[in-house]
Design a protein around this ligand. Structure first.
Ligand SMILES: Nc1ncnc2c1ncn2[C@@H]1O[C@H](COP(=O)(O)OP(=O)(O)OP(=O)(O)O)[C@@H](O)[C@H]1O
Ligand SMILES: [Mg+2]
Length: 234
């Protein structure tokens, strides 16, 4: 579904990603794990086209997407949940969700998505007329995920859904991933929380200083001694 081939990208003269290659098959949940500053958000920005590639190629469903404007990439079926969430604080829950759905131009589908999302996150349904800025971090994260799902994405890119949340809240977000995946949505999960994100995915890539340094099944990565020492505090 997604093929990233030897991309280089960064900010101005600063190169962050170096020859990064990875792939995601339709139906998978794949993790990209790495420490602060490894380049995880930069990778997501590059895939979504908000940051240009310096070289390399990104293909989505066979089509080259690097070089396309972000809104066209989104229209092809990619949606991101950004780190820090970026909601419209002055708007209520339902309006935030509706804005996500606008890209579909399909009122029926939009209503179906809304019903599904409210079913998955009842807290959002209870508070559909509450302003987003009054929400706790966990509720905002649910809303940000809901907004991305409103676009009926084929591939959902999640940038550190655990960031700044209490462990119990993190768990209640992560446990929705299989449900989202079961609806036919492929997931690329970017996380510092190595153990949790690998537990919820079948495969992973380890990013260090902008380079993929390791890849394998989640079981292989979780059993790797070097990785345990570096990321799992063992
Ligand atoms: N807008 C920017 N301009 C210049 N450099 C940036 C910018 N954003 C990030 N960087 C640099 O790019 C590198 C990778 O940052 P990035 O945000 O991709 O890391 P990350 O893996 O997402 O980290 P975190 O886990 O802290 O979110 C860092 O050295 C960072 O300082
Ligand atoms: Mg980041």
């Amino acid at each position: 579904m997604l093929e990233v081939k030897q991309i280089n990208s960064g900010y101005g003269d600063v190169q962050v990603l170096r020859q990064v290659s990875l792939s995601v098959q339709a139906g998978e949940i794949v993790s990209i794990v790495g420490a602060n500053g490894a380049g995880k958000s930069t990778l997501i920005r590059t895939i979504m086209g908000t940051l240009p590639t310096q070289s390399g190629e990104i293909r989505f469903l066979g089509e080259r997407i690097n070089g396309l404007p972000s809104h066209e990439i989104a229209r092809l079926g990619l949606a991101q949940v950004m780190e820090g969430r970026r909601l419209f604080g002055h708007m209520d829950v339902e309006d935030n969700l509706r804005i996500g759905g606008d890209i579909l131009r399909d009122e029926k589908r939009s209503r179906e998505n809304l019903t599904w999302i409210y079913g998955m996150f009842p807290k959002l349904a209870e508070r559909r007329r509450q302003l987003a800025r009054s929400f706790s971090g966990g509720e905002q994260q649910m809303l940000a995920i809901g907004r991305a799902l409103m676009t009926s994405p084929k591939l959902l890119l999640l940038d550190e859904p655990s960031i700044g949340l209490a462990p119990i809240m993190v768990e209640s977000i992560f446990e929705k991933l299989p449900e989202i995946n079961a609806r036919g949505i492929t997931i690329l999960l970017v996380e510092q929380d190595v153990h949790r994100s690998l537990s919820y995915s079948s495969r992973g890539y380890v990013l260090e200083h902008g380079e993929v340094v390791m890849t394998g099944s989640s079981a292989e990565l979780l059993a790797d001694e070097g990785l345990k020492r570096a990321y799992l505090g063992l």
